[in-house]
Design a protein around this ligand. Structure first.
Ligand code: FE
Ligand code: ZN
Ligand code: FE
Length: 170
């Protein structure tokens, strides 16, 4: 079967359209579980951005005269499921915020990889409007990852200190 670059692009776009929907459903649980106020705030603001990204993706489909299409993203299903497990396992432990940051950063890195490809392909396909919209999303994902990096410095330290104190746990 022959696939054109445009069909590859549209497949991956539908993949991310599905991913963003799943992420908006997963983030509230992480926000609720986080015990660090700055982490809650960072995740809340990225949840609002994520809702906006669904709308931006719809505009990207439109620039190709396509209706928004959603196909199950197995990768994000796996990343979110693993994140759910690691967060559950660390719930009520001093490591909870470190675990949430790790789970969230895996999502951001997956998004950065895919949006990077999508933006490059939009350029190759000569659709500059789509490339610009995808870059908007890409910049939000990178900024979200960066704010998680900053929070992790402090939260990882907390997790380490308390693990030493509470070594009876394991
Ligand atoms: Fe996103
Ligand atoms: Zn995917
Ligand atoms: Fe994101």
């Amino acid at each position: 079967m022959n696939s054109t670059l445009k069909s590859l692009f549209l497949d991956q776009l539908a993949d991310m359209y599905d991913s963003e929907h799943r992420i908006t459903k997963a983030l509230p649980k992480l926000i609720e579980t986080a015990t660090c106020k700055e982490l809650k705030t960072a995740l809340e603001s990225h949840l609002r951005e994520t809702e906006g990204q669904i709308g931006i993706l719809e505009r990207v489909f439109k620039t190709f005269d396509e209706k928004p299409n959603q196909t199950r993203c197995d990768a994000i299903v796996g990343i979110l499921s693993e994140g759910d497990t690691i967060v559950k396992k660390n719930k009520k432990a001093p490591t909870v915020n470190a675990a949430i940051i790790a789970a969230a950063q895996k999502v951001e890195h997956y998004e950065i990889a895919t949006y990077g490809c999508l933006r490059a392909w939009a350029n190759t396909l000569g659709n500059n409007e789509a490339a610009g919209l995808l870059e908007e999303i890409l910049d939000e994902e990178k900024a979200a990852d960066q704010s998680l990096n900053e929070l992790s410095e402090e939260k990882n330290e907390e997790a380490l200190e308390e693990v030493e104190v509470g070594s009876a746990r394991r």
